[in-house]
Design a binder for this molecule. Structure first.
Ligand SMILES: [Zn+2]
Length: 80
């Protein structure tokens, strides 16, 4: 069971959340380079800390951004 630290509701079970994927800046839609176009589809799957979007559908109904370690699944955000 994964406990997710919502900044508004506190620690909550992951069943209350919808995963929104990695948080990243939108690519430059005007760029015509192959690298810019490829960045739209390239998955982000690093080992270690990753900024992610989570929607708290079973609670405050807010989108939040948290940092989760993809190896340990521990969240690095501190609610205190
Ligand atoms: Zn919440």
């Amino acid at each position: 069971m994964l406990l997710i630290p919502c900044p508004y509701c506190g620690l909550r079970d992951e069943s209350e959340f919808v995963y929104g994927g990695p948080a990243r800046a939108l690519p430059d839609m005007d760029a015509q380079t192959p690298e810019a176009q490829h960045s739209l589809y390239r998955p982000i799957n690093p080992r270690g800390p990753l900024r992610e979007l989570w929607y708290h559908s079973g609670g405050c109904e807010c989108w939040i951004t948290l940092t989760r370690n993809t190896i340990t699944h521990e969240f690095e955000d501190d609610l205190s």
